[in-house]
Design a protein. Structure first.
Length: 266
């Protein structure tokens, strides 16, 4: 049977696959970036949807009797894709906002922000640098291919139309956020430690030399030391991204578990 006729014969099943795929592709900070042309996003969704459609023929009957019932199935599939994209977004935002804000406040760049076109908001300057580095490293370790593999695994382990949203989705999202926040603080710890050491040194100098104007000396010195420590710890950050990506995949597994139907999960 030609592919077009096959899709027409199972149009409802194909539409549900498209909702699951597009939820991740359009909402993720990898495929759904604002500078990616819309035609490219649509083409990727159609390509992946068709690939999954021919790889996984309809295994279960879709239980709906009205248009409203079908729309509920579509909303569930879309919500799963958006939940997986939310996990990706939260870990990438962790570098831009959590770690970046802590580093900027410690260095003295707290009022210096740059515009992030992806999030349509102002982000800390150092956070923007870390976010760009993390995005580059994500592509270097084939993280974009892993995202596609995760969507493939969701279709394999949980057939289309069998989603059950448990009451633990909110708690799972909160746990994922807590893990990402902890990693963000850990990323900023070297800068925080150097800043704390510098503050102790300033206190001792003010006790020894009360005439020394610490605002004149301290602020430039904090910037110099902070930038030096930041540049020295960049290779460490590159290695630390392995743990970040590992927690990212674990977070996606947790979010997937909140939607899994025990009847169909292995």
């Amino acid at each position: 049977m030609p592919a077009a006729n096959l899709i027409l014969a199972n149009a409802d099943y194909f539409i549900l696959i498209m909702f699951r795929v597009s939820g991740l592709v359009i909402s993720s900070p990898i495929f759904g970036r604002v500078n990616v042309p819309q035609i490219a996003k649509i083409g990727l969704c159609l390509s992946l949807g068709f690939l999954f459609f021919i790889t996984f023929p309809q295994e279960v009957d879709l239980h709906y009797s009205t248009l409203f019932g079908f729309l509920l199935l579509c909303a569930g599939e879309l919500l799963l894709g958006v939940a997986l994209a939310f996990t990706t977004n939260i870990f990438f935002s962790m570098t831009a906002f959590t770690a970046g804000q802590l580093i900027d406040m410690q260095i003295g760049f707290g009022i210096v922000n740059v515009f992030d076109a992806q999030n349509q908001t102002q982000v800390p300057m150092m956070g923007n640098v870390l976010n760009i580095m993390m995005l580059i490293l994500f592509f270097l370790v084939d993280g974009h291919l892993r995202l596609i593999e995760i969507v493939y695994l969701t279709v394999e382990r949980m057939p289309i139309g069998t989603l059950i949203i448990s009451g633990t989705v909110g708690l799972t999202a909160l746990e994922v956020f807590a893990r990402s926040f902890l990693l963000g603080v850990m990323m900023a710890l070297p800068i925080l430690a150097s800043g704390l050491t510098l503050e102790i040194g300033f206190g001792m100098m003010m006790r020894a030399v009360p005439q020394l104007h610490m605002f004149v000396v301290g602020i430039p010195l904090k910037i110099i030391v902070g930038l030096f420590v930041f540049s020295v710890t960049l290779p460490v950050f590159a290695g630390f991204t392995n743990r970040i990506f590992s927690e990212l995949w674990n977070g996606m597994e947790l979010m997937f578990g909140a939607f899994a139907n025990p009847e169909y999960s292995p």
